[in-house]
Design a protein around this ligand. Structure first.
Ligand code: MN
Ligand code: MN
Length: 415
């Protein structure tokens, strides 16, 4: 399948060779003054003799030479965990990208964490809701909700968890090799390095208060840690059933799970070139503040042109190589490249599409600060608008418009 972009580029390139570069600007490069390499009169303009890091620069071919249809300037939609400093402690590590690092990421902040087998992310809580996707290994999570319902579960690659704001919780890596996961908070300012820690509160409470609060002698607290633990190496827990029985006691039973198997859930949309799997409050009841779409695109495929009316999209690239273009008023259009471990961000209602530009499957998860997943598909909209009306806008004939997909395919199928 020849993409429209390639067609445009090829046409424009041919025009540039036979007529003039300025003429090429009339198709696939509408703006004045003309932008893009196809308008460069001679290769010397494209040379970049200055100092540069090739290893870094080569990851961004779309920034080095943007498509001629890109125009203007927009805040970068790109960030990454790959160059975020790790806070390493015995038992694991974490790194984060908050709005302090990534200016447009106002609705979501992201954390990438690794725990060894037995490694513990200390019992804690915080202001923000916590949503997470497992990317490696297995992890045991515990949480107590606001109705006093205790919950414990084991999660594996592709699984999610969700903890409401203020619900105290813990995470622990299991055998044989612990786990890795990505957390999203529903607040761009949320900071995983500054959470409400059980050890901090104990250390900063007088022993006689601890004695009164827990109904035991003060000297029971003689050996509490004076500094917080955050991440530390513990012992691998026993079987899940044992922990489940131990925590329940006389408490009410949790009426819904705090975890969801997104990676193995039935697709919301699928085609021969990919699929979209959804987790939101319709199927993952507890997740009232965060929804998510796991997108898989086969080589050569495209996540169709669309936007999201109810929230910004925070993306985590799990595998493969992607190129995303974002469209805003102005007009502004910006294309950026994404690799595994990178983060993308698209403000609500801005048009965007994502191409798989590698030779393996592309997979990313889009996370939204909204109770329900919502999208608007460009082709679906135009297919459900009178063709005569659309034709008068675009000078595309009505028969062609009639062949456009009318079912919001998600990942555009081969035709
Ligand atoms: Mn947490
Ligand atoms: Mn999207």
């Amino acid at each position: 399948m020849i993409s429209r972009r390639n067609l445009l580029a090829a046409s424009a390139m041919g025009a540039a060779m036979t007529v003039s570069a300025a003429k090429a600007g009339s198709f696939g490069n509408p703006d004045e003054p003309p932008q893009g390499a196809i308008n460069a009169k001679g290769p010397v303009i494209l040379r970049d003799p200055g100092p540069q890091s090739e290893a870094l620069g080569n990851q961004f071919p779309s920034a080095q030479s943007p498509p001629a249809t890109d125009v203007g300037g927009m805040p970068t939609p790109w960030a990454s965990f790959n160059n975020a400093p790790k806070r390493i402690q015995n038992g694991g590590w974490a790194r984060q990208v908050t709005v302090a690092d990534f200016a447009i990421s106002k609705e979501i902040s992201g954390v990438n964490m690794r725990l060894t087998a037995g490694g513990i992310r200390e019992l804690h809580w915080h202001q923000a809701a916590e949503w997470a996707i497992m990317t490696y290994g297995t992890c045991r999570v515990t949480v107590l909700d606001a109705h006093g319902r205790p919950y414990v579960a084991d999660v594996k690659e592709g699984d999610l968890w969700y903890f409401p704001p203020g619900a105290p919780h813990s995470l622990q890596g299991l055998s044989p090799d612990g786990c890795e996961f990505v957390i999203c908070f529903d607040d761009g300012h949320a900071d995983e390095f500054n959470t409400l820690l059980v050890s901090d509160w104990f250390a900063h409470t007088p022993p006689e208060i601890l004695a009164k609060n827990f109904g035991v002698p003060a000297d029971a607290f003689a050996k509490i840690p004076l500094h917080n633990l955050w991440i530390f190496q513990g012992t691998v827990p026993g079987d899940l059933a044992g922990d489940r029985a131990a925590i329940q006691k006389d408490a009410p039973i949790a009426t819904h799970p705090f975890i969801f198997p997104l990676g193995s859930s039935l697709p919301f949309k699928s085609s021969d070139t990919g699929s979209i799997q959804i987790a939101d409050s319709s199927n993952f009841k507890v997740s009232t503040a965060v929804s998510a779409a796991l997108v898989t695109v086969r080589p050569g495929g495209i996540r169709e042109m669309h936007w999201h009316p109810n929230a910004d999209e925070w993306q985590y690239y799990l595998k493969g190589k992607a190129r995303m273009t974002v469209f805003d008023t102005g007009p502004n259009a910006l294309t950026m490249d994404f690799n595994a471990g990178d983060i993308g961000y698209v403000r609500r209602n801005l048009g965007h599409y994502v191409e798989n530009v590698g030779d393996t499957d592309l997979q990313f998860v889009g996370v939204f600060r909204a109770p329900r997943y919502e999208e608007v598909s460009l082709s679906n909209w135009l297919a459900h608008t009178p063709a005569k009306l659309v034709a008068q806008h675009l000078n595309v004939d009505e028969a062609t418009i009639a062949s456009w997909p009318e079912n919001a395919p998600g990942v555009m199928p081969t035709r």
